[in-house]
Design a protein around this ligand. Sequence first.
Ligand code: ATP
Length: 716
Amino acid sequence: MVGKKSGKALRDEGLERTDNNMELSSWPQIPAINQKNYYTDYLKRDDQNLAFRLQNEEARTKMTKKAKDHDRALAMAKTETAEGEGEADGDAQMEDAEETPAEMAGSKVIVIHMGSQNLRIGLASDALPKTLPMVIARKATTNESEDHDEPKPKRFKHDDGSEMEPEKAFGSEWSSHFNRMSADLKVHMRQNKRRMLPNSKEMVVNYNRRTVPEIISEHNDPMRAEWTELSNPPPEYIVGQPALRVPDSSKPRYKLYWPIRNGWCNEKDYTSKRSLFLDISLIVEDAIKNQLRLTSKKDWTQYSCVFVIPDLYDKSYVTQVLDMLMREFAFARVCFIQESLAATFGAGFTSACVVDIGAQKTSICCVEEGMCIENSRVNLKYGGQDMTETFVKMMLHDHFPYADINLRRRHDFLLAEELKKNICTMNEASVSPQVFDFHLRVAGQDTRKYTFKAFDEVHLAPMGVFEPAIFDNSDKITGRRTLIDRSVDIYDGSPNDPTSAAQSEILTAMAPPLPSHGKTNGESHSAASDVQATPSRPQHPLALSKVQDLEGTPRSSVAGSPGPENTGTPQAGGTNTPAATAAAAQPPRPPAVEDRDDIMPVFGLDSAILTSIAHAARSDEKKMRDFIGGIMVVGGGSLTSGFHLFLEERLQALRPGFSKEIMIGTPPRDLDPQVVVWKGASIFGKLSGTNDSWIGRLEYDRLGPRLMAYKCMWAY
Ligand SMILES: Nc1ncnc2c1ncn2[C@@H]1O[C@H](COP(=O)(O)OP(=O)(O)OP(=O)(O)O)[C@@H](O)[C@H]1O
């Protein structure tokens, strides 16, 4: 080769350029590429994307089949006219029947909506879903109430062993909050000219103090409860309704686990992510087999699945669920739908402000033209179960005769739920001292019939959604992120779970004061000011308007690099001034509110709804009126009697200017508010042709969860 020869040899051969002005080599020389003309469409066209290609192929196959069917039908019609009646080709008819079996739309689509307390599951062709408790009982050495030793003797006694008055059992702070709410209600009722006896509370307390239960022997109790009988050998686990009916004192013991807690994965009671998702899959699998009667798992490959996820979902949860549905259950196709969008589908509305009050979480979101308005999403950590718990606390405070009630015991939990559903009301006119009774049924014991009086407890407990400090919020975020990591961006490692300006505003208001971090000249460094410095995620309304005001200004000026506010800050790498040293010594910025796990999202429901609507309307008064006049309340927690009217009044008091427009609607056609979301998801599952969000097996096998970016109607 030329290159290997020495300069002298080249000279000898006359190849050197200086001699004859010729090239050193006859190899073609490739000039450097001109960047101006540089072009590639790699990954820019739809047809390079597997998801789109498969979709198009499917559409094409369908079209071809339709055309073939049409041709065949025409040909058949001709043959029939030519050959007379009743002589059609039998084989062809058989073939046809096989190709297009008479299937009801949605009969091969399983729709799943998992809640903190209830699982709703059914075929998309069903009118209503099956509802079962989202719980599993596992064989254990102790049951859940034995694990948390807080029965009456301990709770109601002083440290020295003397009896404690029930009024003091929950602490003076809680007690004075309850008394204040009670006094406020009295004032409000007087203002509304409602008659009430001055000593109602004393009457209730005195009555309850005196009451003793009546014993009814088990065989004389016509309504005695059916307890789950354990087979021999006892099963490792029991799911759904029978799990709740395993006697607390069973031998062996069983412990209840609720895999969804406050609308998130239950990271408090589980020790590993694996066991958590194993329980979720066992509950769902059992429901499909026993409730939908699809006993053979092999057949599930012919079924598709619509899965409902929260509006503000955790990406890692969705990814894990997708994997479970695709790999473990081997469904043919899977698609996801957000809760509030499903609610509007179920109710048949195109736009609404959806308020979903569940058992342990409440979500709010404005939906417009079939899309969730991202910045209007709010997720609060309270619901019907908090009302139950608070109702029991209030009753105990007022000397409830069954003072031993403990919500960690299964029969007591079921009893308390029942009492709440039957007694609690938001209707002020029903607040008066009244006598109620209930039967306490414990496995292996005689039934006890109690009578008791209740007064304002029935109203103040559900009112907690407007004053959530009365709820026990102490351990709602315990364990969060201990088993499942936060999803992060693969390029820059920053958290990438969905956020919303409305939720951030609420979190900012709830954020505990930050430690003395970043104090300058005695000014405290507020969470809001931190938030404002994060432009990609507008947080507080202030922050929001700031970002809007700065539209057109280079992004970096908002991002905290020298701008008008901080021109005095020396540039990094500048002279080593005392100020620069002080700045360098500052601890790193704390995370934005929505990336913090120490903030409890509990906020008054009325204010939260208005915050959500304000972010949806973005100063557009017409939109504001539309949403405020189209609030739809769904979920089991909204079933408390008089809830809608009460919420309407609260909103009117907060926004008197809109009092005529404010309207709280219920789902039409007498649809149970608890199943509206499921119903909407089932309608979504029946859409053919317009639903592009199905994730197929082939594409999932090749691309995995990355597919979500192409398959979600919302930004994933
Ligand atoms: N008639 C009723 N009156 C009052 N509350 C009711 C009534 N019926 C059901 N509830 C309450 O509704 C709650 C269950 O609602 P739902 O099934 O919508 O919750 P979930 O979807 O399981 O939970 P979440 O939405 O928190 O994840 C329970 O707290 C239950 O006590």
